[in-house]
Write a protein that binds this ligand. Structure first.
Ligand code: ACO
Length: 429
């Protein structure tokens, strides 16, 4: 028996099919709504109730705090896999075999070289430019050096574009950092793994040898796994909607970087550490900041708290909190920011305001403490998030293009003037 949803407007009834996902999620298919009702649309600012696509990449249940990539729990992937393997999984659908993994890793390495002319673009930025702005521009600029359109129907063509982007993106991220620091632009060292390379490109200077710290590499690897995909969030929806106009892969990803930059999205990780520093410099009075966050006349929000879909603990935050504790202990670092964060969490989770609104720590609440312990400056936190999210953006772009989705183009409820007569400038009051 087919399931249906009934809508009644002005005494007329309309029927719409019900769709069910593999995890029994239910959606009302309103594709025919406007045509059938002669112009009625749905109204859903921020798309809080709108499914924009079917997707087989990530499942998350915000009420239960579940997150899985391609069916594998985030907990098992964070514990047993590595970033590049998870990258392969989300983009191609299955975990790689040994041969597939080796080839994938090598192919990415081969693509890590950038056209030297890219350095002219870096030169054009002021030293104080935010690295997210630089990363977005540089990613977009990759199109100029790789103008051929990706033929999404060709597996080889698609694969080449994927490894090219995965190879070059971390180099661009590291170059944005070097621009800020005034240090030479490093290239990858293809004898190293993906994560070690990110570290050495960020930190190596010509005057001394850079020693890879395996503890730091492992921590960063795990952190990036947790960021790989999160279904139709702001930046991913941006990538899909830009790509839906058949804009190229690099241009779509550049748009995703810009969307991630905002402090209500990926930019929250930088905002969290700045907030923790501010609380510390202000004497460490956590309760004062909880009161500020609850005060509707104050624009202050507890950064790293709350989430559009998690109305329970963000499962990534649980893993990151433990990892932050372990990393600081292993590196023998003591960071007052971690103590303030824990205190803030403890107070907030007992406070009615946060309890009633189901506001829990999200992925960004503790990640900055790990980045800080790794020596990464706060303005680079969101760039690190972008490196982690890149595989998800690619997977979603590929799925969208292969699925033949129509161009994204929402409707609106017009609330402006009705038609009025034009007045000459001298007749205007
Ligand atoms: N501090 C204080 N109050 C908050 C917070 C917060 N961090 N987050 C939400 N609220 C309150 C709102 O004021 C609102 O209260 P009201 O019902 O009395 O008006 C209620 O909780 C619901 O908040 P919305 O903004 O409607 O929730 P929405 O789902 O639209 O926003 C968001 C989610 C943007 C993440 C929000 O919780 C927020 O601003 N958090 C801080 C920024 C942050 O950490 N962003 C990272 C998210 S994770 C990521 O993108 C990777």
């Amino acid at each position: 028996m087919s399931e249906k949803a009934i809508l009644e407007v002005d005494g007329k009834r309309y029927e719409f099919p019900i769709l069910r996902g593999t995890e029994n999620e239910i959606a009302i298919d309103i594709k025919t709504l406007r045509g059938a009702t002669n112009g009625i649309i749905t109204f859903d600012p921020g798309f809080k109730n709108t499914g924009s696509c079917k997707s087989a990449i990530t499942f998350l249940d915000g009420e239960k705090g579940i997150l899985r990539y391609r069916g594998y729990s985030i907990e098992s992937l964070a514990k047993e896999s590595n970033f590049l393997e998870v990258t392969y999984l989300v983009i191609f659908g299955e975990l790689p075999t040994v041969e597939q993994f080796k080839k994938f890793e090598n192919d990415i390495k081969e693509q890590s070289l950038l056209n030297e002319e890219m350095k002219n673009i870096i030169d054009g930025f002021p030293k104080v430019a935010h690295p997210m702005g630089m990363l977005s521009s540089l990613t977009s600029a990759l199109t100029a050096f790789n103008p051929a359109t990706v033929d999404v129907t060709s597996e080889n063509n698609m694969y080449d574009a994927v490894v090219k982007l995965l190879g070059k993106f971390p180099v661009l991220a590291a170059w944005a950092h070097s621009k800020n620091k005034g240090t030479p632009l490093n290239y990858a060292d293809n004898s190293l793994d993906y994560i070690s390379n990110i570290m050495q490109m960020l930190f190596k200077v010509p005057t001394s040898q850079y020693k890879i710290n395996p503890t730091a590499v492992k921590a960063l690897d795990q952190l990036l796994i947790l960021h790989v995909d999160h279904e139709q969030n702001c930046s991913t929806s941006t990538v899909r909607i830009v790509g839906s106009s058949e804009a190229g892969l690099f241009a779509s990803i550049a748009a995703g970087v810009s969307a991630l930059w905002g402090r209500l999205h990926g930019g929250a990780n930088q905002a969290v550490i700045e907030m923790l520093d501010e609380i510390q410099n202000d004497g460490g009075d956590v309760e004062k900041y909880i009161l500020k966050a609850k005060d509707k006349s104050d624009s202050f929000r507890l950064m790293g708290f709350g989430h559009r879909v998690y109305k329970n603990f963000d499962p990534r935050a649980r893993i990151i909190k433990k990892a932050a504790d372990a990393l600081l202990a292993e590196l023998h670092v003591s960071d007052p920011a971690l103590e303030i964060a824990k205190h803030l969490e403890e107070v907030a989770l007992k406070d009615d305001y946060f309890v009633q609104r189901k506001l829990y720590p999200n992925v960004d609440f503790y990640s900055g403490i790990i980045y800080k312990a790794l020596g990464i400056p706060s303005e680079m936190f969101t760039v690190m998030f972008a490196i982690g999210r890149l595989p998800g953006w690619i997977a979603q772009w590929k799925e969208m293009r292969l699925g033949g989705e129509p161009i994204g183009r929402p409707r609106q409820l017009y609330i402006g003037h009705t038609e009025r007569d034009f007045k000459n400038i001298n007749e205007r009051a």
